[in-house]
Write a protein that binds this ligand. Structure first.
Ligand code: PMT
Length: 406
């Protein structure tokens, strides 16, 4: 994952070097951006050497380099789109004021306005500046807009005073970054197989049966599990989504292909999560030639596909596997009844049920509204959440089940 680390002009700027080192342990790719004032305290060379990347210091290049100027003038947009997080540490009262009021007069403040990535600020300054109503009002505004704050510590300050204003501990800032990015280590050592997207069942060489799954739910699960340290295998039907980082991607098309890929990968998996919308039926006979149009109604004979989840569930019943099994249920009515029946019938540990007729739930949305049905009888309804957050909540329950069954 890529983050931008903005360094502004305070004595604590030297601590940013240690912060870079700590964040590199999380395998983050760090683009450092320094303000003019920051360069009074520490040189860009330190960060270029630590990150192996050019440090961004200016909005524009030297006045004679016209081509370079155009390039650097749009660089903030490119960086803004590339990053998963903007962290500013240390953040001066000046930069907080600029962020709060939309002033964009250098690279860092322009990057802040241009990015849609989450933002964390780690303020550091003299105690009187920190306590000043202007600073506190700016911070309140930023918090209200969703900016995360790594609050400063209290203690002896470089100015000789004692009080709040010392840059938060490096570990505390790193933990904040991990939590905002969803980087936890609680799935380390585990292999998680996730299915996503639709399956396609061919009728003839040009036509097929499929469904509306975009893959977003499954891809969110794969990404969340990978960020939490799992080795992830993503078995995916056809989608337009980019493959999440650090995921072993296995593209498939038909239910039979998905079944083969899942069964092979599930053998040594700790967790299998079936978010794919797998076709329940396929043409009983596949035509090798294109079906010709005629005047009479056409009846297609369909046969049931193998139920991949139920097959894995049977392994658990036969005690040939101890993996945690999660299925989804896409319902349009009688959600609880159908989900409970699927939980029992398919031998899953959790069924994540969504009513796909609800706005903000189900197919091709960025959010989902789900209820978790657990084997111990619990039903856990979740509010409407981004699919990435739903994924993390499902993973939390997988861990809980693993702990209790140990
Ligand atoms: O991909 P998105 O656009 O983000 O949409 C998300 C989603 C709606 C696809 C997802 O939230 C979801 O509900 N996935 C399951 C869809 C589905 O096939 O539900 P089902 O109730 O028909 O199947 C129940 C379970 O059995 C599912 O885990 C399914 O993967 C599995 N199954 C179904 C049929 C089959 N032949 N084999 C299976 O393993």
């Amino acid at each position: 994952m890529k983050i931008a680390l903005g360094i502004t002009g305070g004595v604590a700027a030297y601590k940013a070097a240690e912060l870079v080192r700590r964040l590199q342990q999380e395998k983050l790719d760090i683009q450092v951006v320094m303000t003019r004032a920051a360069r009074e305290f520490i040189t860009p060379l330190t960060f270029a050497a630590l990150t192996g990347q050019k440090v961004i210091t200016e909005m524009f290049g030297p006045p004679d380099a016209a081509a370079a100027n155009v390039e650097s003038a749009i660089e903030h947009i490119a960086v803004a789109q590339r990053i998963d997080l903007l962290l500013v540490a240390p953040a001066t009262a000046d930069i907080l004021g600029k962020f709060a009021h939309g002033v964009a007069d250098d690279f860092l403040s322009t990057l802040y306005l241009a990015t849609k990535a989450p933002v964390i600020v780690a303020p550091a300054m003299n105690v009187n500046m920190w306590e000043h109503p202007a600073t506190q009002a700016n911070l309140a505004l930023l918090r209200a807009r969703g900016v995360h704050v790594a609050d400063p510590d209290e203690g002896y300050l470089a100015c000789g005073m004692t009080g709040a204003g010392r840059l938060a501990a490096i570990e505390a800032i790193a933990q904040k970054v991990c939590s905002v990015l969803g980087l936890r280590h609680d799935f380390e050592g585990q292999t998680v197989v996730v299915t996503a997207g639709p399956t396609c069942e061919d009728l003839d060489p040009v036509r097929f049966l499929t469904n509306r799954s975009s893959g977003k739910m499954g891809y969110a699960l794969a990404e969340a599990a990978a960020r939490r340290g799992a080795r992830v295998v993503l078995v995916s039907g056809p989608t337009d989504l980019p493959v999440p980082e650090a995921v072993d991607w296995v593209p498939v098309r038909s239910t039979e292909e998905m079944r083969h890929a899942v069964r092979e990968r599930a053998a040594d998996a700790n967790v299998v999560i079936m978010a794919a919308a797998v076709a329940d039926y396929r043409p009983a006979a596949k035509q090798t030639q294109k079906l010709k149009r005629g005047d009479q109604p056409l009846t297609l004979e369909l046969e049931p596909t193998p139920d991949i989840l139920a097959e894995l569930g049977r392994d658990a019943v036969q005690k040939t596997s101890r993996r945690t099994l999660v299925g989804f249920a896409a319902e349009t009515r009688q959600l609880a009844e159908s989900a409970r029946s699927k939980l029992a019938r398919k031998g899953a540990d959790i069924i994540v049920a969504n009513d796909v007729t609800q706005e903000g739930a189900g197919f091709d949305t960025d959010t989902n509204i789900v209820t978790l049905f657990l084997r111990d009888g619990r039903e856990i309804p979740l509010p409407k959440l981004p699919k990435f957050d739903v994924a993390n909540r499902v993973l939390d329950h997988v861990l809980e089940i693993q702990k209790t069954s140990r």
